[in-house]
Design a protein around this ligand. Structure first.
Ligand SMILES: C[S@@+](CC[C@H](N)C(=O)[O-])C[C@H]1O[C@@H](n2cnc3c(N)ncnc32)[C@H](O)[C@@H]1O
Length: 232
């Protein structure tokens, strides 16, 4: 790793999905197919991005000191359930925590964000908790509230192998991304669903600021991936 990233590993996933046969290979993977069922009708993630998360979980995260996962921006829980199903088979002691208002977006930044307060309000904490029980995914927990408050409620000693940001708007991402990097195990992964999505310029700006502060990305297709600096 150099500058906190491994460009070779990023290219293995990104190039493989964009130009190679990885899309077809992952689509045929029985674990991917089993886990994907839990996201049906509940997730806005593109197939490419779900696949990249799958590749990180299946082939790259196993080398890390911890495999717990956190997602910021859960909506109806589809991607949390997908990741929980993968974790359950690969790392049975790992847990996943999902944070959302479950009342939709808070106020957004006029002139930057394209989303408006209240978008994605068709979700509820009770709804995702009931679904997790129905799916038998007992490795999942949800925290309701604005991430700018709830992130700090998580025990500071708790560290994650993967943090996935899917908040879509500037302010909470700018707040959360630095805090999340400090909560990753050495070499842990920070991924963004939204920063290369044309409807989320606020997410793009938050990532631009992270890069301007000295971070280098490991991968840009199908989404941004950063790594926590390994200890020297
Ligand atoms: C695109 S949706 C998440 C999609 C989900 N990850 C999936 O599997 O498709 C974005 C979510 O971010 C949440 N959100 C945005 N800003 C937030 C904030 N400051 N605190 C908590 N949740 C927030 C919204 O409530 C919404 O559910």
């Amino acid at each position: 790793m150099e500058h906190g990233r491994c460009t070779y590993e990023g290219a293995q996933r990104g190039w493989g999905l964009e130009f190679g046969t990885l899309f077809e290979d992952v689509f045929r993977d029985p674990l991917y197919r089993r886990a994907r069922r839990f996201s049906r009708g509940r997730s806005a993630l593109s197939e490419f991005r779900r696949m990249n998360i799958f590749l990180i979980l299946r082939f790259f995260m196993r080398h890390l000191a911890g495999q717990d996962v956190i997602e910021l921006g859960v909506w109806r829980g589809g991607n949390v359930f997908f990741m929980a199903a993968v974790l359950k088979e690969l790392y049975p002691s790992a847990r996943i925590v999902g944070l959302d208002t479950f009342e939709g977006m808070p106020e957004t930044k006029l002139g930057l964000d394209l989303h408006r307060g209240g978008d994605f309000s068709d979700a509820s904490l009770q709804g995702v908790q009931d679904a997790a029980r129905r799916f038998g995914l007992d490795n999942v927990e949800f925290i309701k509230g604005d991430v700018r408050q709830t992130l700090d409620q998580i025990d500071p000693s708790r560290q994650f192998g993967l943090a996935h940001i899917d908040l879509d708007i500037y302010e909470p991402i700018a707040y959360a991304q630095r805090a999340l990097l400090e909560r990753l195990v050495p070499g842990g992964y920070l991924t963004y669903d939204d920063a290369v999505t044309s409807s989320c310029p606020g997410a793009t700006q938050a990532v631009e600021e992270l890069i301007a502060s000295g971070m280098r990305s490991e991968q840009i297709f199908p989404h941004f991936v950063f790594r926590a600096q390994p200890a020297r």
